[in-house]
Design a protein around this ligand. Structure first.
Ligand code: 13P
Ligand code: SF4
Length: 349
């Protein structure tokens, strides 16, 4: 476990990280991207970290791959690539950097390593897990196979390398429907997200989808009643839900999609008001590019995503820790499942 006091003390001896309004003012371009959601006082705190990370990144030939749920100072301040799980996996195969710093959760770093065995992949906090990835093991996949012989296993990327290795193909929120439709099978096993599976099943009624009983601790909190009450309170608001939400929540929404799908929908539709039924930082991160859209509540935080901070990113690059390792025999099998997904998505697109 990372001891934050030790990290802080050590970093202080190497970098000047005190709040610095002068430096903050000199970094106008970086600040402009987050000025709507980060106050000047907070920017003065973040700026020394952003400057140090960006310098170190160049020295190490590192690229920062950041998920859409990262805080705005990471998302706009230090990331080289931002996106949903599928975009990050694809970008991991394209980067010319020697080092990838994964600003997201552990399964995302593992996916980058699986796709780039020769590169160094750094995870700023190894405790940043995911309730979905924690819900199933490779033995669970085998249990499903025994229950539904001959049914292919489609595992969400929110799984460990071992689970990916035990699966036939992966999917993300943005391509799950495509993948399920493309598989030549009547019965298909989806793991580990029961809600994603149920939401896909509603769109692909011609297939029988069976699922593992996992769920996301952030999205499962929303209820259909919440959404109805919100609509009554704020009529005309466009309600956009992530497919990890329960199906009755998705049914109440105007649109459902992956985090990239949410961004694309907002960019295309430009509603006057929008409610994103997903993690807090999503609205903060896209609000800058959409000043004409008013984003209103609710706000559920992913405790895992929020373990990644500027301080830990700097520490990770400074010490080149923690390096992700995946045993080659697991990585080789997991790569097949991830690569099949990437190839199938590209063909369908
Ligand atoms: P996306 O692929 O939509 O970004 O989702 C990843 C995730 O963990 C959402 O909770
Ligand atoms: Fe996992 Fe949910 Fe957090 Fe996404 S939001 S990383 S699915 S716990």
């Amino acid at each position: 476990m990372l001891d934050i006091s030790t990290i802080r003390d050590d970093l202080k001896t190497q970098y000047d990280l005190a709040p610095n309004p002068k430096l903050a003012a000199s970094m106008e371009t970086e600040y402009a991207r987050m000025a709507r959601v980060v106050s000047p006082v907070d920017w003065a705190v973040h700026a020394p970290y952003v400057a140090a990370i960006n310098t170190l990144k160049r020295q190490r030939n590192a690229a920062i791959l950041a998920h859409n749920y990262m805080t705005p100072e990471i998302f706009h301040g230090v990331a080289d690539v931002v996106g949903d799980s599928l975009q990050l996996a694809i970008e991991a195969t394209r980067t010319q950097a020697d080092v990838i710093v994964q600003c997201g959760v552990h399964f995302m770093a593992e996916t980058s390593k699986i796709l780039n065995p020769a590169k160094t992949v750094l995870m700023p906090d190894m405790q940043a897990g995911c309730s979905l990835a924690d819900s199933i093991t490779a033995a669970g996949v085998e249990e499903m196979r025994a229950r539904y012989p001959n049914a292919p296993v489609v595992s969400y990327v929110n799984t460990t390398a071992e689970v990916k290795a035990a699966s036939d193909i992966c999917c993300t929120s943005s391509n799950a429907v495509q993948i399920i439709r493309a598989l030549d099978a009547e019965t298909i096993i989806m793991t580990p997200d029961k809600y994603l599976a149920q939401n896909v099943a509603a769109q692909v009624p011609e297939k029988r989808i069976v699922w593992w009983e996992g769920s996301c601790i952030v999205h499962e909190q929303y209820t259909a009643q919440d959404i109805r009450e919100f609509r009554d309170w704020n009529p005309g608001t466009r309600i956009i839900a992530h497919p990890e939400c329960p199906p009755e929540v998705v049914a109440e929404a105007d649109f459902s999609g992956s985090t990239k799908g949410i961004l694309d929908y907002v960019s295309a539709e430009r509603p006057a008001r929008a409610m994103l039924v997903t993690e807090c930082s999503m609205a903060s991160n896209i609000s800058d590019a959409h000043p004409d859209v008013e984003f209103i509540g609710p706000c559920n935080m992913c405790p895992y995503m929020k373990m990644i901070t500027l301080e830990k990113v700097l520490w990770s690059l400074h010490t080149m820790t923690t390096q992700i390792e995946v045993a080659p025999e697991i990585a080789d099998k997991a790569r097949l499942a991830v690569q099949r997904m990437i190839d199938l998505s590209a063909r369908q697109a």
